[in-house]
Design a protein around this ligand. Structure first.
Ligand SMILES: Cc1ncc(COP(=O)(O)O)c(C=O)c1O
Length: 372
């Protein structure tokens, strides 16, 4: 028997989530954000499953070229632009759309005589991460306009769209509107949280990542009400069942103490698989049809769960997150965000793609190489 730890990826849910998001954003086009190995779901299979998107957005040339090598011809946007000057020709030949966010890249592009089909300019409207400052925008826009065959795309990123009616978001939207007024070009502002909470900024292109995977970017809010379904089920099996007596301690450091006689289950998953080490005792785990609490510290390959008075059998399924147990809930217990849990599923975890389009079978090797 091989180690039972797996990430099951449901493509039907992924495709359906994309359609649901589309209905929500009416006429806006969709950049499907699939960086970080498709948020841990597998870059190439996810890209293929999202062929109905208007384009794919990734964070590096390397990811974009893997998509092209896999025969994916959809528009691809490099969200963070180029990191080195020597990436310019490869990006151009691969027909990528670049985000230009800083003077250094703009100067590099100007020193290379190429006419790009479309470039995007990123404007820092208040997040203070990437982007031209607002006073730099008119000059940068004019220069980028000269480098591309079409009007530059106009982009910004919102720092706090996960909070409803946050004045900082309103300010960013107003700044974007003010600075870009009179400058032609498609506009893009909305990540997953903004798609849900700020419909006024759907504009021409939305950029959902997490929502595609059926996970909520809004703390304390699940996505089921929107009709979205979780795409990943992170699962394993019970590999041992132990009787414990009141006062027995379980796992490293003995931090869990049995308060009465009962049963402990050992499941084959640990931080070496991407289960969060910081998940404390009490974090929910789905075991054989019921939710039970994590018991004690997470090991590299194993966790213990408190089964109380009702043991389960070796081989019974355990689900760490998925439809049965939202990853948002596990993240909250572990003091992290669902993004980190999804992206952190380890390379050694087998990915099972369900409803995989035929051609993905040939790309299993590339995907394995890419898995985080
Ligand atoms: C510029 C940009 N747009 C969109 C996204 C997608 O964000 P989300 O997964 O919250 O939808 C990201 C992800 O971090 C991003 O960096």
């Amino acid at each position: 028997m091989s180690r039972p730890t797996s990430a099951r990826i449901d493509f039907a849910a992924l495709r359906e989530n994309l359609r649901t998001i589309r209905r929500q954003v009416s006429a806006a086009r969709v950049w499907a954000v699939i960086k970080a190995n498709g948020y841990g779901h597998g870059l190439i299979p996810v890209a293929r499953a999202l062929s109905e998107a208007d384009g794919l957005a990734v964070s590096s040339l390397e990811e974009a070229l893997l998509l092209r090598e896999a025969g994916i011809h959809m528009p691809i946007l490099l969200l963070e632009g180029l990191f080195e000057g020597d990436e310019i020709h490869a990006a151009y030949e691969a027909k990528l759309e670049l985000v230009v966010h800083a003077e250094a890249t703009l100067a590099l592009l100007e020193s290379t005589p190429l006419l790009w089909p479309r470039l995007w300019i990123k404007i820092d409207t208040g997040m203070n991460r990437l982007g031209f400052r607002m006073h730099e925008f008119p000059d940068a826009y004019g220069r980028i306009r000269c480098l591309s065959a079409t009007a530059p795309g106009l982009m910004t990123h919102l720092a706090s769209a996960d909070q409803l009616r946050n004045p900082a978001v309103e300010e960013q939207l107003a700044s974007f509107e003010r600075v870009t007024r009179g400058h032609p070009g498609p506009r893009s502002l909305a990540n997953s949280a903004a798609i849900l909470q700020y419909p006024e900024c759907h504009a021409d292109w939305v950029r959902p990542g997490l929502l595609l995977f059926g996970v909520s970017p809004i703390p304390g809010q699940l996505v089921e009400s929107m009709g979205l379904r979780p795409v990943m089920t992170f699962a394993t099996a019970i590999m041992a069942v132990k009787r414990v007596r009141k006062g027995d301690r379980v796992g490293y450091g003995g931090v869990f103490e049995a308060l009465q006689d009962g049963w402990i289950g050992i499941a084959a998953v640990g931080y070496g698989d991407g289960y969060p080490y910081h998940a404390p005792s009490g974090t929910p785990v789905w075991v054989g049809g019921r939710i039970v609490p994590l018991a004690g510290r997470v090991s590299m390959d194993m966790i213990a769960v408190d089964l109380g008075a009702d043991p389960v059998s070796v081989g019974d399924p355990a689900i760490l997150w998925g439809r049965e147990l939202p990853v948002e809930t596990v993240a909250r217990h572990a003091g992290t965000i669902p993004y980190e849990l999804l992206c952190g599923v380890a390379q050694r975890v087998r990915h099972d793609w369900v409803d995989v389009p035929e051609e993905n079978a040939n790309h299993a090797e590339t995907v394995d190489r890419l898995s985080l």
